[in-house]
Design a protein around this ligand. Structure first.
Ligand SMILES: [Zn+2]
Length: 374
């Protein structure tokens, strides 16, 4: 691997070391020094602190060519936990994740009455108590929502009630971080995810950190136009891909077909993967529009890996993945230099909640990345 300039050990070094250990699964100190470019002395210091903090531990050893065997280091999964709440219009999906991004608890409950912060604080207490998670091992709570209302007051009220860090993030960005963390994607890889729901969002992870733009508004893939004089969009532009490929647009297209009048998105998706030609045509067309937009995003950023996630790919994700792979294979600008890997999320409906929990974990053990506090 080509080594970049040698970084000076500083606040970002710990995040770098944690990220390299996380993506490598297990690794020796010598390899850490080679991969990070930090000196052996810096690595020794950072590793000693991380072991003392319980973030990593030594596990087994490998023979080295000369001298004593090298001890291997890996993340200690069950040492600390992050909690993520995915707040929908009617429900809250609660997720607890360990330091590797592995889900250790999940629960969906109806959104309760009364002030939101009171309900969410109560939910946090019940959820963590139900899982028997020691309070001093819970690093914080992150909340994701598709249409975040004014979250500032709720966030500070929750922080006052619970006395732990509270993060707020949009669903697509959180889902991207979750996929990045749990898939052990290398920080060297330019990574993106596409979150298909009532709208369309993207999350981008560069150098191990979420890319957020000037005002936490990066990744508005849904408003990438695919037609100069296309359908008008409430954002003011025309031809936004969201008007052609979001779940809402797909349902609208399906309902124009008499046999699918009154169908929901999930019934159209189930019909499409069960041999209904009309339903398949509707979803395949939506997937085609989405593929055009995602290819533009891939070209603009030279992404190496894209994960499709969100409730829109829970049932018929294979239709979207196939279209995107075909389109990228034929048109991606960098296709002669590298493959663009397209994968489907293993838990697309919960991806944002899982990502929220991973965001807490990252903020806790790899500080140095920008955290989504708005
Ligand atoms: Zn738009």
């Amino acid at each position: 691997m080509a080594r970049r300039e040698t970084p000076v050990a500083g606040p970002g070094s710990r995040a770098l070391v944690v990220d390299v250990i996380r993506s490598a699964t297990s690794i020796s100190r010598v390899e850490l020094a080679e991969l990070t470019g930090l000196t052996q002395a810096s690595i020794s210091n950072i590793v000693r602190d991380l072991i003392a903090d319980g973030v990593i531990h030594e596990t087994g050893s490998v023979d080295s060519i000369r001298g004593k065997p090298r001890k291997l280091l890996e993340i200690r999964p069950a040492n600390r936990f992050g909690i993520g709440f995915q707040v929908g219009p009617e429900t809250v999906t609660c997720v607890a994740a360990d330091l590797t991004g592995g889900v250790v608890g999940r629960e969906v409950v109806p959104l309760g009455p009364g002030p939101l912060e009171t309900f969410l604080a109560g939910r946090f207490e019940e959820f963590t108590a139900g899982l028997d998670l020691p309070r001093d091992r819970v690093e914080g709570l992150a909340i994701v929502a598709p249409t975040a209302p004014e979250w500032g007051p709720v966030r500070s009220a929750l922080a006052d009630i619970l006395g732990i860090p509270i993060l707020v993030e949009n669903d697509a960005a959180a889902a991207a971080l979750g996929e990045f963390w749990s898939r052990r994607v290398s920080r060297e890889q330019a990574f993106g995810s596409v979150y298909l729901s009532q709208g369309i969002g993207a999350g981008l992870v560069f150098g191990g950190a979420l890319f957020r733009g000037a005002s936490f508004d990066a990744g508005e893939l849904g408003h990438l136009s695919i037609a100069y004089d296309g359908r008008p969009c409430p954002c003011g532009n025309r031809g936004c891909v969201e008007r052609y490929a979001s779940m809402a647009a797909t349902v609208e297209a399906a309902r124009a077909i008499p046999a699918l009048a009154g169908a929901t998105y999930d019934t159209v998706a189930r019909a499409a993967v069960s041999g209904n030609a009309e339903a398949f045509a509707v979803l395949d067309a939506a997937a085609g529009y989405l593929a055009v937009a995602v290819t533009s995003m891939v070209n603009l950023l030279d992404l190496g890996r894209v994960v499709l996630t969100g409730p829109g790919v829970a049932v018929a994700g294979s239709i979207y993945a196939r279209r995107l792979r075909t389109h990228l294979a034929g048109t991606a600008h960098a296709r002669h230099r590298h493959e663009v890997v397209v994968e489907l999320s293993a838990q697309p409906r919960d991806a944002a909640g899982i990502g929220a929990a991973a965001l807490v974990v990252q903020a806790s053990i790899a500080p140095g990345h920008t955290v989504g506090v708005r």
